[in-house]
Structure formats: structure tokens, C-alpha cells
Design a protein around this ligand. Structure first.
Ligand SMILES: NC(=O)c1ccc[n+]([C@@H]2O[C@H](COP(=O)([O-])OP(=O)(O)OC[C@H]3O[C@@H](n4cnc5c(N)ncnc54)[C@H](OP(=O)(O)O)[C@@H]3O)[C@@H](O)[C@H]2O)c1
Length: 274
């Protein structure tokens, strides 16, 4: 597609969303960087102005439908906003934590998307880009709630890829690996699961695994460039990575059976029994 018309990004106050909003504007889209608190967009606005890119900031909280006001002429929607909560053993994860995570990462995304579709159809098509996570391909213990939300978005995208094709709306899903953002930085802290004695050995292993990827972290600007490449590429597959580790996990998932994948995971996270 041509980089013209309006692009909207959710969760553009920081991290990947901010970088994607800037990149879309730099490539030529009339970009609306949406965020919960528009005051957080001041630096992004300055940066866009210096680059002579067309970008504005608008308030949008994906969990508050009354704030979702998408513009006519919409051609690209990037569903990026998401939250991460403490990763606890499943039996210790309160249902309220699942609800909070699903409220933003799934139901919020559904409502924004539902409202975007008629606008995209009215304009003769466009791109719907969902940011999920390559953690779906590496079933890390204690990540069930986060991964389940992302898997739900992934399934929604699969159905919409077909359902919206007749209207010229292309659905793409990006599966980031470790990208240098606040969300990733917080995952370097000792995991909350360490507090639960029966799960301590596994939590220690996952923490070591997390620290072991320190030299595989990709800057958000690089990830954003790859995301916008996929948005612009009419031949882009449903799923793309935006960094080396995410691409590697996607390829490994495509090449392995689910049993092989689970055997690898058990070998990685479960201590051998005597
Ligand atoms: N970084 C990674 O390594 C990584 C890996 C895999 C997938 N991802 C995915 O990539 C996307 C971006 O993550 P990130 O790393 O950039 O995270 P981040 O630095 O934590 O930024 C998250 C963004 O989402 C916004 N947000 C949260 N709740 C919202 C709501 N209810 N309404 C609107 N915006 C909301 C935040 O806004 P506030 O500033 O108001 O909090 C912030 O702008 C997410 O979908 C995440 O799951 C990231």
C-alpha cells in the first residue's frame, strides 16, 4: 500500500507504540498517536515536527469506550496498547488479575477494532495490525494470562484476515521478541513467582533465561521500522517478526510440531527428576 491517509496507533505514549507512530508519520501517513494521557505525547510531537512529519496526539484509553473516537479516512490501525501484570503460578493468580489483563489486551482491542472496521471499509480498505508476542511460541511458565490474551488476539486476527479480505482490509500480526521498552525492562526484575516455594526452582530458571537474552534486545525504533514494512507490504504474511529473536521463535514454531515444542519447553524449564 501507499503510505498515505490516516494511521492510528493505540498506546503510543511510549515503547513500541510511540516508535511505530513516529515511523508511520515519517513514512508519510497522517498519524494519530493515541494514548491515555495526551500530555505524554509532548516530546513525540516535537520529534515529529522536527522531522516534518504529520502527527497529532489524541486521548484514547482502550478500556474506556467513550474515549474511542476514530477518524473518518482511517487506513491503518495499529492495535499496540497492552499491559503486563505480575507473572504468578497459575494457582496463585487471582481472577481479577486475569480480568484486568484481558480488559486492556483483549476486550479493549476488540472494541477499537470493531469501531475501526466500518471506517476502513468506507475508505475501500486498509491495514489492521495487531501486536501480539512471540512468547506465544515459547510457553514460558507463569505467563499463562499474558500469553492467553495474546493468543486470543492472534485467533481474532486469523478470522478477520479472511472475514475482511473482501473489503480490501489486510490483517497482519506482529510477534515481537525482546524489544527495549519499559515492559521488557520490568521483566528483568526477579519474578514474583519466586515467592511461592513449590515453584521457586522453575522461577529461578525462568529468571536466568530472561537475563540470558540481554544481548538479544532490539531497539524500539528498529522494531517499528520492521512493523511499518509489514504494514506497507501487500504480500506480507499474516504473522511477521520485528526482531531477530521474535523471527527465530516464529520460524521454530512453524517448523516444529506442538509435541516437539512442548518437549523443548519441558527440557528448558523443568528440573530433571532424580
Ligand atoms: N517490549 C517487548 O519486549 C514486547 C514483547 C512482546 C510483545 N510486546 C507487545 O508490544 C506492545 C507494546 O509493548 P511495549 O513493550 O511498548 O510496552 P510498554 O512500554 O509498557 O507500553 C505500553 C503502552 O500501552 C499503553 N496502554 C496500556 N494500557 C492502555 C490502555 N488501557 N489504553 C491505552 N493505552 C494503554 C501504555 O500507556 P501508558 O503510558 O498510559 O501506561 C503504553 O503506551 C504490547 O502489545 C506488548 O504486549 C512487547
Amino acid at each position: 500500500m501507499e503510505a498515505t491517509g490516516i494511521a492510528v496507533v493505540t498506546g503510543a505514549s511510549r515503547g513500541i507504540g510511540r516508535a511505530v507512530a513516529f515511523e508511520l508519520a515519517a513514512r508519510g501517513f497522517d498519524t494519530v498517536a493515541t494514548m491515555r494521557d495526551p500530555g505524554d505525547g509532548a516530546e513525540l510531537l516535537d520529534e515529529a515536527e522536527r522531522a516534518k512529519a504529520t502527527l497529532r496526539v489524541a486521548a484514547l484509553d482502550v478500556t474506556r469506550p467513550e474515549t474511542i473516537d476514530l477518524p473518518e479516512g482511517l487506513r491503518v490501525l495499529v492495535n499496540n496498547a497492552a499491559v503486563e501484570k505480575p507473572h504468578l503460578p497459575f494457582e496463585e493468580t487471582p481472577i481479577g488479575l486475569w480480568r484486568e489483563m484481558f480488559e486492556a489486551n483483549v476486550f479493549g482491542l476488540i472494541e477499537v477494532t470493531r469501531r475501526a472496521i466500518p471506517l476502513l471499509r468506507a475508505g475501500g480498505g486498509g491495514v489492521l495490525c495487531n501486536i501480539t508476542s512471540s512468547s506465544m511460541f515459547a510457553p514460558v511458565p507463569f505467563y499463562a494470562a499474558y500469553r492467553a490474551g495474546k493468543a486470543a488476539v492472534s485467533a481474532i486476527g486469523e478470522s478477520l484476515r479472511t472475514e475482511l479480505a473482501p473489503f480490501g482490509i489486510r490483517v497482519v500480526e506482529i510477534v515481537p521478541g525482546p524489544i527495549d521498552t519499559d515492559m521488557l525492562r520490568s521483566s528483568a526484575e526477579p519474578p514474583d513467582a519466586l515467592r511461592y516455594e513449590p515453584y521457586r526452582p522453575m522461577a529461578e530458571r525462568t529468571h536466568e533465561g530472561r537475563l540470558g537474552i540481554a544481548d538479544m534486545i532490539t531497539p524500539a525504533s528498529e522494531a517499528a521500522a520492521a512493523i511499518v514494512d509489514a504494514i506497507l507490504d501487500d504480500d506480507a504474511p499474516l504473522r511477521s517478526g520485528c526482531d531477530p529473536l521474535g523471527r527465530g521463535l516464529l520460524d521454530a514454531w512453524r517448523g516444529a510440531s506442538d509435541e516437539e515444542m512442548m518437549r523443548n519447553m519441558l527440557g528448558t524449564w523443568v528440573e530433571p527428576q532424580p
